[in-house]
Ligand binder design. Structure first.
Ligand code: NAP
Length: 257
């Protein structure tokens, strides 16, 4: 069985580590630079905690779950050998791992955090590989973790990553700002929870074309003008509201001539 070693102790390491153990794969340990973090994660996964600055045990696949900016440095610390070395970042090329003969990428398209371990079986796993051996090892592991596995070269991965940022990160920022407006009125942020839950569900079920409602789609200019008035002192949100509303109106202009 493929022996897997995870390097990193953050969000990706936590969720991917749990998914690897849960899938019955052979996780030999988690390596990190921070003693407390690696001990905590190793305890949670019931695997060995490994000091990144010391020699690491043999593995067939080393998964780098470290910050994008640290990938090159951490990869350079690893001994050159027969192991496949792969990072887990969507928008980063494989060239950072070029010092290792067998290298690649294993990128789950999901927003991963601490807390409740996630079921990754329906999360798309994107694989890219520098050679046949890396490709075979990564595809085998990806297929054990998920039912949705696809191979994408860097250029497409970067576009998928951009789409994922729009879909998740930027949308969540808007939710954060919506909650801020409620807090300013001393109202509970939970007032909007049924709305965003139902919105996400409708988008997933019917697609954005049907799920999108609101003043911009309807072309209700008075309501939008009033919203912009309410935001007149909000330098961050006012231009965002104006720009997004304009784009929505353009996209659905044929519905309100
Ligand atoms: N979280 C997500 O939603 C998600 C989704 C898809 C892909 N990814 C990818 O997963 C990778 C890890 O992201 P993350 O969300 O897990 O980040 P994170 O929670 O911030 O964890 C980053 C990890 O990298 C370690 N690290 C940073 N610099 C290091 C260095 N110079 N040497 C050794 N270790 C170092 C940190 O160690 P310390 O604790 O010691 O700082 C920490 O264990 C990234 O490539 C990211 O693009 C993340």
């Amino acid at each position: 069985m493929t022996r897997i070693l995870i390097v990193g102790t953050g969000r990706m390491a936590y969720q991917l580590g749990h998914a690897i153990v849960h899938a019955g794969l052979d996780l030999v340990g988690v390596a990190g630079r921070n003693a407390e973090a690696r001990e905590r994660l190793a305890h949670f996964l019931d695997r060995r905690a490994l000091d990144l600055s010391k020699p690491l045990p043999q593995a067939d696949l080393i998964l780098l779950a470290v910050s994008d900016d640290a990938i090159r440095e951490v990869a350079a610390m690893l001994p050159k050998g027969s192991a496949v070395v792969a990072h887990t970042a969507g928008a980063v090329g494989m060239d950072l791992l070029a010092g290792h003969a067998h290298h690649g990428v294993l990128w789950p398209i999901q927003s991963l955090g601490h807390g409740q371990p996630m079921d990754l079986r329906d999360v798309p796993m994107v694989v890219d590989a520098g050679d046949d051996r890396a490709r075979q090892v990564l595809l085998t592991v990806a297929n054990k973790l998920s039912e949705v596995v696809l191979e994408l070269p860097l250029e497409q991965r970067q576009r998928v990553h951009l789409a994922a940022v729009l879909t998740s990160n930027l949308t969540v920022w808007l939710v954060r700002e919506g909650q801020r407006l409620l807090r300013e009125q001393k109202l509970p942020t939970s007032l909007l929870t049924p709305l965003w839950r139902a919105t996400a569900q409708r988008v997933a079920t019917f697609g954005p074309e049907q799920a999108l409602t609101g003043p911009a789609r309807r072309g209700d200019r008075h309501t939008m003008a009033h919203h912009l008035e309410l935001l007149q002192h909000d330098e961050a949100l006012r231009p965002v509201y104006a720009l997004l509303s304009e784009q929505i109106m353009k996209a659905f202009a044929n519905e309100h001539p």
